[in-house]
Design a protein around this ligand. Structure first.
Ligand code: PLP
Length: 396
């Protein structure tokens, strides 16, 4: 079967909700993937910042196979040992106390929104339901997470949205202060905005958010679905900012491609949930949590995280050296890098793909590099060479 044939069959039976490239992926190993025509690509997309350990990593494969022969799924009617172990690891390394597991980033944010509201409800402050979110943010596609997403293009046609959300400018502290009322229960923010174009928060902004949350008795929610799990060179991006949230959401890189999401919270805030308040059938099942335990064990090592920082630096400097006048700005941290151009980048991404390099947009003018964290220096140099070559062919 060729790319064309898979595309033709797919168009017959799949919904038209994705703008797909005209290739079908059939195989992956490390930093490379192959399409149905057997063309090889160097993958700087990594399933959109998700395949943190590359494709089919041996160390995870062994765990996955063992768990698959032992126990797949039982539901949360019972205690699940690998789920307990994963919660122990995530709480120990985050400074938070309790975990809830689900299957995706949107679900993790949905859980965070529900926990924030229920926490105040239980404290007899049922008026506190309003959530402050940011312009250009992205939190997912379920109704709560979609409403939290501060981009009207994603809202259009899906109303009525969930009541109780306000949007303010990112990195604008006075705007946040103005938006707070007695009814505010939480602020949800990405320490580095991903889909919105790779915009890191100003360190003082993030720290001030925590301060004003503490002063006003409001919960701070960090959405690290994209920037967490080692992506920026620390296990959590907020660790580079010296500020902790009350609630943290994770997904993407946590399973390195195996679907799993998580919400962590302080012990105090976690009292918002009692049995029956929230649930997910698949959440934290043995298979997903066995995989995520192994992923965390590999990523949460000093040497590994140092490597992410170094490789991020190499990639960033390499892009700078291309000396391309159409580049407006290079942003991001670690291996979460956005390159903003003066023109729309759709065609540039297509040219890269034809030359065997996968990159993804973040908004219309930003090319995003989010490769596996296991990518090596030679592969980064190869990506840079293809990117330079593609820029020469791009007449925007
Ligand atoms: C910051 C952030 N939050 C939430 C989500 C939604 O995650 P998912 O697609 O797993 O629902 C994404 C996805 O790109 C994201 O980048």
């Amino acid at each position: 079967m060729t790319n064309q044939e898979w595309m033709n069959r797919g168009q017959e039976v799949l919904m038209n909700n994705y703008g797909r490239f005209p290739i079908a992926m059939v195989k992956g190993k490390g930093s490379y993937v192959w399409d149905a025509n057997n063309k090889q690509y160097l993958d700087m997309v990594g399933g959109i910042a998700t395949c943190s350990l590359g494709h089919c990593p041996e160390a995870v494969l062994t765990v996955l196979k063992n768990q698959a022969q032992t126990l797949w799924h039982v539901s949360n009617l019972y205690w699940i040992p690998p789920q307990v172990e994963l919660a122990e690891k995530l709480t120990a390394s985050s400074g938070l106390d309790k975990a809830f597991f689900c299957n995706s980033g949107a679900e993790a944010n949905e859980a965070a929104i529900k926990l924030a509201r229920k926490y105040f409800y239980r404290k007899k402050q049922a008026n506190k339901t309003e959530i402050i979110a940011f312009e250009h943010s992205f939190h997912g596609r379920t109704m709560g997470a979609l409403t939290a997403t501060g981009q009207t293009k994603y809202h259009e046609g899906f109303g009525p949205l969930v009541p109780g959300f306000k949007y303010v400018e990112y990195n604008n502290l006075p705007a946040v202060e103005q938006a707070i009322t007695d009814n505010t229960c939480a602020i949800i923010v990405e320490p580095i905005q991903g889909e919105g174009g790779i915009h890191p928060a100003d360190p003082t902004f993030l720290r001030s958010l925590r301060r004003i949350c503490d002063q006003a008795g409001i919960l701070l929610i960090f959405d690290e679905v994209q920037c967490g799990i080692g992506r920026t060179g620390t296990l959590f991006a907020y660790q580079q900012y010296g500020v902790t949230p009350h609630i943290l959401t994770l997904a993407k890189g946590l399973g390195s491609g195996f679907p799993i999401g998580a919400m962590l919270a302080t012990a105090e805030v976690a009292t918002g949930f009692a049995p029956g308040d929230h649930a997910a059938t698949f959440g934290g099942n043995p298979l997903a949590t066995a995989v995520a335990n192994q992923v965390i064990d590999i990523i949460n090592q000093e040497e590994f995280l140092k490597g992410v920082k170094e490789k991020g630096q190499q990639l960033r400097e390499g892009i700078q050296k291309i000396n391309e006048p159409r580049i407006k700005e290079i942003r991001g941290r670690g291996l979460l890098i956005g390159v903003e151009f003066t023109a729309e980048v759709k065609e540039l991404i297509n040219i890269c793909m034809k030359k065997g390099l996968l990159v993804v947009g973040a908004g219309t003018h930003v090319v995003r590099f989010v490769p596996p964290l296991t990518i090596n220096q030679t592969e980064i140099n190869q990506a840079l060479a293809i990117f330079r070559d593609a820029l020469q062919d791009w007449d925007a």
